[in-house]
Write a protein that binds this ligand. Structure first.
Ligand code: ZN
Length: 212
């Protein structure tokens, strides 16, 4: 006869990754108010209920932390940006964006290949040079900050093989024009830190890439 009912109302919506149906879905964020009801009639307010996220497809309900996980679309965009930023940073560190010589060309070609494969098919060496010119003399500190900013959002959602692969991608660009330069090492260490790899793991991976 008497019970507590929750009346939900939609306060927000958007896209999220639904763990229950396993994909990018629309969600509705619901805020609830509890009321004591007698014979189905609300008689007394009983406070608010924990807000929930409801999947529009499967109607599964989850705590708000479900929104912390990026959608697969967002994750692939983050990954693409990560690859792009690391490539630019290593090119700048190796001088590969300013020298038009053979060494610079090899590094640029390696960078262009990986950037294209990561999802920017329109990337060309010419574009990288234009970008470098636009960044100017401040490109190294700028790119160092950019690497940390881009990777800080991505790193928590990647398992260690994914994080290691990103460091190795940077290492390959650095190595395209010969052994690591001091500035390339510094930048790769920054990349390793941003990927939350331990200093010894970073060292090990860089040594592996060098001997490959
Ligand atoms: Zn769902």
């Amino acid at each position: 006869m008497a019970g507590v009912r929750t009346a939900w109302r939609v306060v927000d919506d958007g896209d999220f990754f639904c763990a229950a149906c396993g994909g990018d879905r629309c969600y509705r964020r619901l805020a609830g108010r509890r009321r004591l009801t007698v014979l189905g009639v609300p008689v007394l307010p009983r406070g608010t209920a924990e807000p929930v996220v409801e999947c529009v497809s499967c109607r599964g309900r989850f705590p708000l932390t479900a929104l912390d996980r990026p959608t697969t679309t967002r994750l692939s965009a983050l990954l693409r940006d990560g690859v792009h930023t690391i490539a630019l940073a290593l090119l700048a560190a190796g001088g590969g964006m300013s020298t038009r010589g053979t060494a610079g060309t090899a590094a640029r070609r390696a960078a262009v290949e990986s950037i294209r494969a990561a999802g920017f098919p329109e990337c060309t060496e010419e574009r990288l040079l234009t970008l470098q010119a636009a960044l100017g003399a401040e490109s190294l500190p700028l790119l160092d900050r950019e690497v940390r900013a881009t990777l800080s959002e991505l790193t928590p959602h990647l398992a260690s093989p994914g994080r290691e692969a990103l460091l190795l991608h940077g290492a390959r660009i650095a190595l395209a024009d010969g052994p690591y330069h001091a500035t390339e090492r510094t930048m790769l260490t920054a990349v390793g830190e941003a990927l939350r790899l331990s200093p010894s793991d970073t060292e090990r991976l860089l040594a592996t890439a060098l001997s490959a």
